[in-house]
Ligand binder design. Structure first.
Ligand code: BTN
Length: 262
């Protein structure tokens, strides 16, 4: 474990844009932790990495199973100088970046399920959670939390997760160096974040995203808060919203929610 800790702190610290690296063997949630650091004035590109999480948070209030010694749990914080309406596209940017990394590691095509689940062979290998902290003084402060199932074998997933999840190890039969992956992840993120910041919204990353998006024409049910929408996926709008044609042939744009393929 010390090896992981030392390499993470050293190698991520060498990336010129990284402001500070905070490592924990165990933490409740790297997103919760970094949100506290942000409120305390931590700078942009502060990065938190943990070997395990006791209360890993998933989207829609779900739990992110976070056993020690095998996977990546990391969060970082940026303050994009862009209009509020362009912030949700960051969620899709994160999905595109992680999908690219997963493809580089496995040599297999990765698929993005809107907004940012990463699937390989139909199983989820990574999840991303954005927390938006904003106030009138500091503008948008976005926390991006990323979990990647790296060296976990099937036995670490409880219950039904074993049927829907996978890991890079299960996909390839190889183990991966998590610290090396983190360096690649952050290098890729920085590269694409600059593209996005120079061209805010979804259009700057549309091409890279759409290469990995296979939901066009799919019949879906979307749960968005108390509302449920059924329809056919038509595309993604300039802000990263999912455009769906409802049964009355009206176009509806969904800004957030959980999508189930029918
Ligand atoms: C999801 O697919 O539901 C999102 C999962 C996000 C998990 C990551 S792990 C690192 C960061 N810390 C958390 O508590 N959650 C995110």
């Amino acid at each position: 474990m010390d090896g992981y800790r030392n390499t993470v702190i050293n190698d991520l610290g060498l990336l010129g844009f990284v402001n500070d690296v905070v490592y924990y063997d165990s933490v409740d949630s790297t997103n919760t932790l970094i949100s506290g650091l942000a409120r305390g004035g931590a700078g942009e590109w502060t990065v938190v990495v943990a070997d395990s999480q006791s209360e890993g948070r998933g989207r829609q209030g779900r739990v992110w199973h976070s056993p020690p010694g095998v996977n990546i749990y990391t969060s970082f914080m940026v303050k994009p100088d862009i209009s509020y309406k362009h912030v949700p596209a960051m969620s899709l940017l994160a999905g595109m970046v992680v999908a690219t990394l997963v493809e580089q590691c496995t040599g297999m095509p990765a698929e993005i399920k809107w907004p940012n689940d990463i699937l390989v062979k139909g199983r989820k290998v990574s999840g991303i959670l954005l927390d938006l902290l904003s106030d009138d003084h500091s503008g948008n402060c976005v926390v991006v939390g990323i979990g990647i199932n790296v060296n976990a074998d099937a036995s670490v997933y409880p219950g039904s997760l074993a049927e829907t999840s996978t890991s890079l190890l299960l996909l390839t039969g190889r183990t991966f160096d998590r610290a090396e992956m983190l360096v690649s992840l952050y290098s890729l993120f920085y590269k694409w974040y600059k593209v996005y910041a120079g061209h805010p919204g979804f259009d700057g990353i549309r091409e890279q995203f759409m290469q990995r998006f296979r939901m066009i024409g799919e019949h879906v049910r979307i749960m968005s808060g108390p509302e449920t929408l059924v329809g056919v996926v038509e595309g993604i709008d300039e802000y990263g919203g999912l455009v769906v044609m409802d049964p009355d042939k009206r176009m509806v744009t969904v800004k957030s929610g959980d999508v189930h393929l029918l």
